[in-house]
Write a protein that binds this ligand. Sequence first.
Ligand code: SAH
Ligand code: SF4
Ligand code: F3S
Length: 473
Amino acid sequence: MLEQVTKVHDESRQGEAYAPVAEETRTYTKKFYIESYGCQMNFNDSEIVASILKEEGFGPTRNVEEASLVLLNTCSIREKAEATVRKRLTEFRKIKQRNPELLVGVLGCMAERLKSKLIEEEKLVDMVVGPDAYRTLPALIEEAETGQKTVNVLLSREETYGDINPVRLDSNGVTAFVSIMRGCNNMCSFCVVPFTRGRERSRDVASIIQEATDLFNRGYREVTLLGQNVDSYYWVNPVNAAEEITFARLLEKVAQISPLLRVRFSTSHPKDITDDVLFTMARYENICKYIHLPVQSGSTRILQLMNRTYTREWYIKKVDRIREILPDCALSTDVITGFCTETEEDHQDTLSVMEYARYDLAYMFFYSERPGTLAARRYQDDVPEEVKKRRLAEVVELHRGHSLQSMQRDVGKTFKVLVEGTSKRSEEHLFGRTDQNKVLIFPKEDHRKGEYVWVKVDDCTAGTLLGTATGKA
Ligand code: SAH
Ligand code: SF4
Ligand code: F3S
């Protein structure tokens, strides 16, 4: 495990996603080792950090033993996410005992939430750096090298790292993330993100297009545009106010780079996804028909307490609208069980909204109170843990049926698949994704990574489609 350049512990999305290919083989005098936890944005931030460190002569290593700098890019979304990082820090203590010169830095949301407290609590930590302070890393490292503990957790209203070209860590060379905005202005009462990531700001459109074009020219065939709430992307040209870019326009501009470049995005807040976005998706074949539309709860009363600003009925209408404009669109969601005051009736409302939407994919969590959030200050975390967990088990069980049916519906159909690499199970098989984001495995024959292939689905498991190629697409 320790040989990964970046390990992604996707606390927010549950899945783990690491690929073993390092992008660069150039040798550096100094080496850093980085582990990433949390959402895709945090993973992408590690790539920005790698780019900043590269300028300082630091190269990435998969082997923590040869690193002079160890960084943990952390997540605070749930208590468990922080517990995982604490455990990891204990393990690093042993390495530091063997190598006292080693510098240990904590980056990301946990750094922002705990600030200098982290240095008091975790004695081996040398640097604490928040998500908007990565440009100061070189200076902080220099100071830390003199034995001084350093902290920079200033949040910014402008920083987007728009001019920094991320160093792709553990890349498959086919798919990449592109951050289009930072921060979040929604105040969902359960959520720590507005506190750890600060105010929402959108990145300059030209720098986004440039980064995506550059990726395409280097052989990448899919970009995922990232933001906590991509639908509120908004950028006005400072020298020409007539140039006003909404998310729909941005999506269109990225799609126009090439019909061979697939475009995905994450995450949409149900209140902000517009018809304009849905029609733009319909117009471009290369904008993937997949929307992550977190519902959180099916009860209007709970949604109000969560400050999600939509009702159950409003959400259902949004689902109907998506199905009307994009009949083949896959839908995924996030669900929280056991939020403050949630009753059995509220829970039943969540199950019934899931029954209605029949999500292809869902990320499900039980509520974890986060210090400082609106919910922590205003409401009592009064649903017992065993009830939260029992409700979560029911939600998971219901979803399991829906996702299996969603897989089974695809058997017999043919999909255009973008090949991402060789299957983990067999050298003789390739794997890729359908437009709807489902993993499809098929015999290799003469197909290769980065190609589009038509594949007929013969069978499926709960999480994977199995098929046979019928030709190049
Ligand atoms: N901006 C994204 C969410 C990022 S966090 C969005 O709005 O979709 C990812 C998911 O973690 C959330 O959608 C929510 O379901 C879950 N989550 C956030 N805070 C949580 C908490 N305190 N307890 C449990 N789950 C939480
Ligand atoms: Fe958190 Fe809500 Fe912002 Fe998502 S939209 S990051 S859940 S505050
Ligand atoms: Fe976690 Fe921060 Fe992302 S709290 S989910 S790493 S924005």
